[in-house]
Design a protein around this ligand. Structure first.
Ligand SMILES: Cc1cc2nc3c(=O)[nH]c(=O)nc-3n(C[C@H](O)[C@H](O)[C@H](O)COP(=O)(O)OP(=O)(O)OC[C@H]3O[C@@H](n4cnc5c(N)ncnc54)[C@H](O)[C@@H]3O)c2cc1C
Length: 390
C-alpha cells in the first residue's frame, strides 16, 4: 500500500549527516537574500579561479548533482538502483553559443549513451535543444522569420545533431527526452520533437517531447499532437511538467507588450496539468507519458486513477520523475510500490553546472512552497530518528 509520506522509506538511503547537510542547504536556498548574494559570490569566486571547488563539491553537489562526469555519478546511480529508481543523467550545461560548443555537447551526450548502455539503471538520455542549436536560430524559426542560406545550413546541422543523438540512443535501447524551454523558441523545438517521434516512435514511444502546462495553449496542442500520432501511426511520448521559466515568460511578455502565454494563476496551471494527464490516460494505447513533478496531489491523482482502472503499477506507458535531491518522499515511496520512477541527475564540471544550479535556485526561491515542504520533511525525519533513539 503506497504511503507517499512514509519518511522512513523516503530517507532510508540517507545518514543523519546527509539529512543535516540537506537541512542546512534548503534553509539557505529558501532565503532569497542569502541565495542571491551566495549565487553572485560563487560565480565571482569561480571567475577569479578562487579555490572553492572542493567546497561546492562537498555541499551543493552532494545534494543536487551526481558528479562532474558520468563515471563520478556511479555511486548515486547504484544507490538509486538499489531502491528501484532509474536514473536520467542530465548533462547540465546551459545554452552553448558556438558550433564547436554544440558539437562538444553532442560528443558528451554520445559518450553518455555509450556509458549508459552498460548500466541497467539508466534507461533515458536527455537533451536541451539550446545545447545543440543556436538560441537565435531557434527563435527565428519559432517566429517564422526566413533564414539566410548560411543560417539554413547551420540549422540543418543542428537538426542532424538531434537526429544523430536520437538514433544512437535508440540503437543502444535507450529512450530520449527532449526538454522544453522558453516559449519564444519552443515552436522550433516542438517541430523537431515531432519529426523525431515520427521517425523513431513507429513501434513504441522512444522519443519523448516535453509539455509545459503553465502555458495556456498546451491542452489544445496536446490534443492535436495525439491526433497527429493516431493519424500517422506513430507513438506519442511526452514528459508533462508545469514549466520552469514563469518569471522570464511574464517579464518578456510585459516588456514586449504581448499577452503572456502563461496561465493566470497556479490553480489554472494545476488544472491544465491534471487535464493533460487525463488526456494522455484516455489515449494510453498511443501515448506514453512521464509525470515529471514534485507535486504530491498530481502524483496521487495519477496513482489513484491507475488503481481505479486496474492499471499495473509498472505500466509500460506511465512513469514518474523527480529531480535529484528533491522530493525523495515521492520517488522512494513510488519506487517501493513498483511504480516506474526516474530521477534526473544533473552532472558536469563545476564551472559549467553552476549557472544551471543558479537558475534552479532562483526557481526554487520563487517556489517557496516547495522549499518549505522539503525542509519540513527533513526536519520531521530528523525528529523521528531522534525520538526512535530515545
Ligand atoms: C524530472 C523533471 C524534468 C523537468 N523538465 C523540465 C523541462 O524540460 N522544461 C521545463 O520548463 N521544466 C522542467 N522541469 C521543471 C518543472 O517545469 C517545474 O518547474 C518544477 O517541477 C515545479 O513544478 P511541480 O509540478 O514539481 O510543482 P509545483 O510546486 O506544484 O508547481 C510549481 C510550478 O507551478 C507553476 N506556477 C507557479 N506559480 C504560478 C502562477 N502564478 N501562474 C501560473 N503557473 C504557476 C510554475 O510552473 C511552477 O514551476 C522538470 C521537472 C522535473 C521534476
Amino acid at each position: 500500500m503506497l504511503n507517499i509520506k512514509d519518511l522512513s522509506v523516503a530517507f532510508s538511503s540517507k545518514s543523519d549527516f546527509d539529512l543535516k547537510r540537506a537541512n542546512l542547504l534548503f534553509r539557505i536556498l529558501s532565503n532569497p537574500v542569502i541565495n542571491k548574494v551566495g549565487a553572485t559570490l560563487t560565480q565571482k569566486a569561480l571567475d577569479y579561479k578562487l579555490p572553492i571547488e572542493p567546497l561546492i563539491l562537498s555541499t551543493i553537489y552532494q545534494q543536487f548533482v551526481g558528479g562532474t562526469s558520468p563515471e563520478k555519478c556511479i555511486k548515486s546511480i547504484n544507490e538509486l538502483s538499489k531502491y528501484n529508481i532509474e536514473t536520467v543523467l542530465d548533462y547540465s550545461v546551459e545554452a552553448k553559443k558556438t558550433n564547436e560548443g554544440f558539437d562538444q555537447t553532442v560528443q558528451e551526450i554520445s559518450s553518455l549513451i555509450d556509458f549508459s548502455k552498460d548500466h541497467p539503471g539508466l534507461t533515458f538520455t536527455v537533451v536541451k535543444m539550446t545545447g545543440i542549436a543556436s538560441f537565435e536560430l531557434l527563435e527565428k524559426i519559432s517566429s517564422n522569420v526566413s533564414l539566410s542560406s548560411e543560417e539554413q545550413k547551420e540549422w540543418d546541422k543542428s537538426v542532424q545533431r538531434l537526429d544523430t543523438l536520437c538514433n544512437k540512443a535508440l540503437e543502444n535501447k535507450l529512450k530520449f527526452f527532449i526538454d522544453a524551454e522558453e516559449s519564444w523558441i519552443q515552436v522550433a523545438i516542438d517541430q523537431q520533437a515531432k519529426e523525431m517521434m515520427k521517425k523513431y516512435n513507429k513501434e513504441k514511444a522512444n522519443v519523448f517531447t516535453t509539455f509545459q502546462m503553465y502555458r495556456n495553449d498546451r491542452i489544445d496542442y496536446l490534443k492535436n499532437c495525439i491526433l497527429d500520432a493516431q493519424e500517422n501511426n506513430y507513438y506519442f511520448g511526452v514528459k508533462l511538467v508545469r514549466g520552469a521559466y514563469l518569471e522570464q515568460e511574464n517579464e518578456r511578455a510585459k516588456e514586449l507588450c504581448y499577452p503572456s502565454p502563461m496561465n493566470t494563476s497556479k490553480q489554472n496551471t494545476d488544472k491544465c496539468y491534471d487535464q493533460a494527464v487525463e488526456i494522455c490516460l484516455q489515449s494510453l494505447k498511443q501515448v506514453s507519458f512521464c509525470l515529471a513533478s514534485h507535486n504530491e496531489e498530481s502524483t496521487l491523482k495519477l496513482v489513484n486513477y491507475m488503481k481505479k482502472h486496474d492499471l499495473k503499477t509498472n505500466h509500460p506507458h506511465i512513469s514518474f520523475a523527480q529531480l535529484y535531491g528533491m522530493s525523495d518522499h515521492i520517488s522512494y515511496n513510488l519506487a517501493k510500490s513498483d511504480y516506474t520512477t526516474l530521477k534526473y541527475i544533473p552532472y558536469g564540471p563545476v564551472n559549467d553546472v553552476i549557472p544551471y544550479l543558479m537558475r534552479r535556485a532562483e526557481e526554487n526561491v520563487s517556489m517557496t512552497g516547495q522549499m518549505s515542504r522539503e525542509l519540513q520533511y527533513l526536519q520531521d525525519e530528523l525528529l523521528r530518528r531522534k525520538t526512535n533513539r530515545t
